[in-house]
Each structure stands twice: as C-alpha cells, then as structure tokens.
Design a protein around this ligand. Structure first.
Ligand code: COA
Length: 420
C-alpha cells in the first residue's frame, strides 16, 4: 500500500494534532480546557513546516518544525550568540505503520527544509535516546534533578537581600518572558520560547499538575522561580515536599536568593528541583553540600549540524587555536540526500571570533568524527576526549584531542530547560 509523505495543507491542522496524539498514546478528551489548549496549539502550528504520511486518506505519521533559536557558548566578555534552530517536534508514526521507513522519509523532508532556510542546525528532545543518532543528532546537553532537605540547606554565607514578589500566573505572563530571555543568555543550550509555550505553562491546567498543587510564582527583577507543593493538605503536621519546576536568574545573587526563598518556606521538607545544570552552583553555597543529592540525570537537547562552518563560526571560544576535523556522514544518509555537513573542515578560533572553511589539499585532520559526534561536542557539554575514550572520536594527529578539548570547552555547562 502506497504511503504519501507530504507537507501539511492549510486547514489540516486539527487532523494533524489528532494524528500526533496516536503514537504518544494521548487521545483527546471532551474537557473544554483541553479542547481550548488544542485550538491554541493548532493555531500556532507552522503549517508550512509540518509533514504527514498519508495512506488511504488517513494520516499515519507526522512531524513538524518550530522556528526557534538557540543560545551558544560565548567568548569571555562577549554577548551570548544566538543562532536559528529548526526545533524538530511532534514526531510520530502510528503503530500500524512503524518500521517501514516513515520516520526516515519525514526526517529527510525536515532536514531539507531546514537547510533550504539556511538554519545552521536542527535540535530536538528525544522520547528514546536510541532513535536519532543515526540521522546525525548528537546528545549535546544534559540536565539533573536535585533534591535537598530544607532543614539541611544552610548557606556558608547569607544569600543576598533581593526583593521578591509572589505573583499570579496572569502577572507572570507579562514579566516572565523577558526575565527568561535575560536568564537564558547566561548559559548555552537554551532554545527560545514562543507565546504558545508561555500560555501553556502558565495556564497550569489541572491535567498539568500530576498530583501536585497549582503553580506558585515568585519573581525578582532578574529572575523567577516556579514551584508546587506535593500535597494539598498541609495541616496534618507532615513536612510538605516541594517541587521546583523552574528557577532561572540572570545573576548568581538572584539565583541564590530564589533558592533561599524556597528553602525557607514554612511547613516544608524535601525540595526537589527539575532540569538543573550539571554544574549546579547551589552545591558550592551549602554549608553541608552532601545533602544536595542528584536524583536524576537526563539527556536533553540533541543537535544535528547542517552547516558546519556557519555553526562553528557562530559560537564563542575562550582560547586561540586551530582544529582540522574530518567529519564523516551519519549512519543513515537519508537515501543519499545532499548533506553538506560531512567534509574536512579547518576551524581557526579565538576569543575575538572564528572562521571555518573546507580544508585544502595537504591539510591533515586532527580528529575524525561523525556528524552525530560533532553535534554532541558543539555546545561544549562533553569533551572530545570522553567520546574518544568510547571509540566515537579518533585522534589522527598527536595533541588533536587536547586541542579540541581546550578549544570547544564551555562553562558554565550548557543546559536546556525548555521542552518542545
Ligand atoms: C520512533 C518512531 C517515530 C520511529 O518511526 P518508524 O517509522 O518506525 O522508523 P523508521 O522505520 O523510519 O526507522 C528508521 C530506522 O530507525 C530505527 N528505529 C526507529 N525507531 C527505533 C526505536 N524506537 N528503537 C530502535 N531503532 C529504531 C529503525 O529500525 C530503522 O533502522 P533500520 O532501517 O536500520 O532497521 C515510531 O516508532 C514512533 O512513533 N514511536 C512512538 C512515538 C515516539 O517515540 N516519537 C518520537 C518522539 S521524539
């Protein structure tokens, strides 16, 4: 039976969402709040960047791209660079049509569209980490979940005094987008958020609570924290667990004050914070740091470089150096689709900027690695030497790994909080 893979047409957005729900095992309900959320989602869909597979007049697979941008590592004292990113999302194949190459065909459409629009990279969050490496997506950022007993959370030095306000979600909708925008420029790896993201987050429908209370929002001039209690009934005398959904600030002082605010809430016990950086600064503020436990570690953003010179020139570098990279195609070449990412590339980089070009005859490579592995190294979340230790990067010239580690290193560690 023929299956046609094609772009979505205007007017098909609602059918697209119905299709997206099938592989994610999330059928629509009659709840009016959920229906309203569905309408909002379809209204924001970039129809020209959505694709479906159609068999006998039914959609059997789907995928779309959000036009986003991404923060990159910054050179010292320079503003954080931001590049356009194709945010791959809503990827799914109906159970009736799995393992027939539909994901491969959808991926070919999406990467071609992204290349044609001049986006240097695509990014996604994966439901399963095994799916996308074959197409050149490398695991570029991680996030931790940390937990601490509020009664064991004294700081070595008092947190700075900062004016904090508890605000409604309506007020939050007005001020959080710009606070987030400032905060995301302090770390690489954070995608932009559109108004749909904020509406969805701050509407805080009961279906989003997952056994916790509604959202509390506290904000300062340079940051905010979103938190919930894990029990509705706090009068029993038990210490209530708290979950921090998001804590973002554009200065370390405000970040510390936001932590202190939550840790000092009355009636509480264990505080768990989701999607925190792997180099969590809170640890270094604690008098007794052992009580801060890492209770989870997740892969977050996967990056697929599409234009290697543009991507490598866009990010910042802390050191001066040259690196010659032999970049080999990913395992799945999408049926021979043109891919300009593989090649031998010469990167000359330093704090004042970078240039990247194709190597000339006789310019030997320092390292050989796949498009997938370069995607993993791109934000500096992992050193090349770690991937080499796993046989994923080969050193072709002595010192090549050391040069790559020094040149691509980024701190603070990249982090992706925003899901899409
Ligand atoms: C994951 C999913 C999109 C794969 O779609 P698909 O059309 O079956 O994939 P394809 O047939 O194009 O597979 C391409 C290759 O990837 C492999 N592959 C696909 N999904 C895989 C998985 N979950 N685990 C391991 N390998 C997988 C296939 O075996 C195939 O490789 P091969 O040709 O060497 O055998 C589909 O199973 C699905 O919709 N799952 C549920 C929703 C989901 O997880 N979506 C991803 C959201 S990020």
């Amino acid at each position: 039976m023929d299956v046609d893979v094609r772009q979505l047409r205007p007017g098909e957005e609602a059918a697209f969402l119905t299709s997206v729900r099938v592989p994610f095992l999330d059928p629509a309900t009659d709840d009016p709040a959920e229906r309203k959320a569905d309408e909002r989602w379809t209204a924001h869909l970039e129809t020209a960047r959505a694709w479906v597979a159609e068999a006998e007049g039914r959609f059997v697979a789907n995928a779309c791209i959000y036009s986003m941008d991404l923060t990159l590592p910054a050179a010292p004292g320079r503003p954080t660079p931001v590049v356009p990113m194709a945010g791959v999302s809503a990827v799914g194949v109906h159970p009736t049509h799995r393992r027939r190459g539909l994901l491969r065909r959808l991926m070919a459409e999406m990467l071609e569209d992204s290349r044609n629009r001049g986006e240097p990279l695509a990014g996604l969050l994966a439901s399963e980490s095994v799916i996308y490496g074959r197409f050149g997506f490398g695991h570029a950022t991680s996030a931790t979940e940390v937990a601490i007993d509020s009664h064991r959370s004294s700081f070595l030095a008092p947190a700075p005094e900062v004016d904090l306000r508890l605000i409604s979600t309506d007020e939050a909708a007005k001020i959080l987008p710009s606070l987030f925008e400032q905060a995301r420029r302090t770390r690489a790896g954070e995608p932009s958020r559109n108004s749909l993201f904020w509406e969805e987050l701050l509407e805080d429908r009961p279906s989003q609570h997952r056994g916790t209370s509604a959202l509390f929002v506290a904000a300062a001039d340079e940051g905010y924290v979103l938190y919930r209690s894990q029990e509705e009934n706090v009068m029993r005398g038990d210490r209530v667990p708290i979950v921090i959904d998001e804590l973002r600030a554009s200065t370390p002082e405000v970040e510390a004050a936001l932590w202190r605010f939550v840790l000092d809430l009355d009636l509480i016990g264990r505080v768990t914070a989701k999607r925190r950086p792997v180099d969590e600064p809170l640890r270094w503020r604690l008098a007794d740091p052992r009580h801060l436990r890492m209770v989870g570690l997740d892969d977050r953003l996967y990056i697929r470089l599409l234009d290697v010179p543009a991507a490598l020139e866009a990010r910042g570098y802390r050191r001066e150096g040259r690196l010659v990279l032999d970049v080999v195609p990913p395992r799945d070449t999408l049926d021979g689709q043109p891919d300009v990412a593989p090649g031998r590339w010469v990167l000359d980089a330093g704090p004042d900027g970078a240039s990247c070009r194709a190597a000339r005859a006789g310019e030997d490579a320092d390292l050989r690695l796949g498009v997938t592995e370069l995607g993993a190294l791109y934000l500096g979340g992992f050193p090349a030497s770690s991937l080499a230790a796993a046989g994923r990067v080969s050193e072709l010239r002595p010192g090549g790994l050391d040069r790559a580690d020094g040149l691509l290193a980024t701190w603070p560690a990249p982090l992706t909080v925003t899901g899409f």
